[in-house]
Design a protein around this ligand. Structure first.
Ligand SMILES: [Zn+2]
Length: 355
């Protein structure tokens, strides 16, 4: 395929829809991608020329991040047809190949960025990945939450191997990226900043989780209370995320882009609006412009209903156009409990970062 340099690429393959629940009632289903893609076209956010069909399936790289026995187990289970890794996570006869292609899309995204063939990539992939640890279930989670291979972790690993010395992973999915945290617990070159609703699945991501001995302070858990608003997220971003990223100076910005923190989403109780998602996207673009020559890879995680049809197109629109979204900082009204959380977190993190 002849690739013409362009600023934005949407990685997508219809093949991602082959991993599906034949019983037809699982929230993580092929329809999600139809909703996301058709909404982006309807809102004129993307055109056909933004699409890029991934081709890579790199089992080797997957086996460097995940236990090869786990990879083999998924392959065998997938070969048997409809099956379950656990009560949340199904596998059908296509899953193994589709999951390899989802990882491949993220790896190709990294390659395009590092070869300067594009600046910003959104990988519209399934199955999702951030709950998947080295050998499946991560930390103390009871299930692996619909995830097969950890797409963003493998993409990060690829970039590290290519010589990128500092990478930030910003996880805005409403659930904690426990798989990503587990995989990079001892890796100081990966700054993992995770916004999530405290106390829901997978039950991990406490503010006192900071990273292993040689990587302490590089794992940041912004464990927000339920009903957190745009104001709460942006306040936490300004107070915690921005100063840390400025000190860390990432050479590459990766995003676990979950849209299940949107106000009307079914699996959690957060209140991010489209405006909130736009401002977060704008802040991510801004950080990338300053430190990583604008390079961003965002990877789809969760988001099941309106998060995909309403918030995702807005997020992608900002990413594609590299647009700044203005807001009045004086009008930020974080809730009392969020201010207290931010104060506690800063107190813990000041051993590692300057505020
Ligand atoms: Zn989620």
């Amino acid at each position: 395929m002849v690739f013409v340099m362009r600023d934005f690429v949407l990685m997508y393959s219809d093949e991602f829809k082959l991993h599906n629940d034949p019983r037809g009632f699982h929230v993580e289903n092929a329809r999600r991608l139809d909703i996301a893609l058709s909404s982006c076209f309807k809102e004129n956010v993307i055109t056909r020329s933004d699409l890029y069909e991934p081709r890579i399936r790199s089992r080797d790289l997957v086996e460097e991040v995940h236990d090869p026995n786990y990879v083999k187990y998924v392959e065998l289970l997938s070969r048997e047809g409809l099956n379950f890794l656990d009560q949340d996570t199904y596998v059908n006869k296509y899953t193994f190949q589709v999951a390899l292609l989802a990882v491949g899309a993220c790896i190709e995204g990294i390659e395009l960025l590092l070869k300067k063939k594009t600046k910003r990539v959104f990988a519209l992939v399934r199955p999702p990945g951030h709950h998947c640890g080295k050998a499946g279930r991560a930390l103390s989670a009871l299930t692996q939450g619909f995830c097969i291979f950890n797409n963003i972790a493998i993409a990060s690993y690829k970039a590290l191997r290519q010589g990128v010395e500092r990478i930030v992973i910003i996880d805005i999915d409403v659930h904690h990226g426990n798989g990503t945290q587990e995989i990079f617990w001892n890796e100081s070159r990966i700054l993992h900043i995770d916004f999530h609703q405290y106390g829901i699945y997978p039950g991990t991501g406490d503010i006192t989780d900071l990273g292993g001995k040689d990587a302490e302070g590089t794992k940041i858990n912004i464990a927000l209370p339920p009903y957190s608003t745009d104001h709460d997220y942006i306040y936490a971003w300004i107070e915690i995320v921005e100063p840390i990223i400025r000190e860390f100076k990432p050479r590459l910005v990766l995003v676990s882009a979950g849209f299940d923190a949107y106000i009307n989403e079914p699996l959690a109780l957060m209140r991010l609006t489209t405006r909130g998602y736009e401002i977060l996207a704008s802040k991510i673009v801004n950080i990338a412009k300053e430190y990583s020559s604008g390079k961003i890879l965002a990877v789809l995680e969760g988001g099941y209903e309106e998060g995909l049809s309403v918030a995702l197109p807005k997020f992608i629109s900002i990413l594609k156009k590299s647009r700044m979204v203005k807001y009045e900082i004086q009008q930020l009204r974080p809730r009392k409990e969020v201010k207290e959380l931010v104060t506690s977190l800063k107190r813990i993190l000041q051993n590692y970062w300057t505020f």
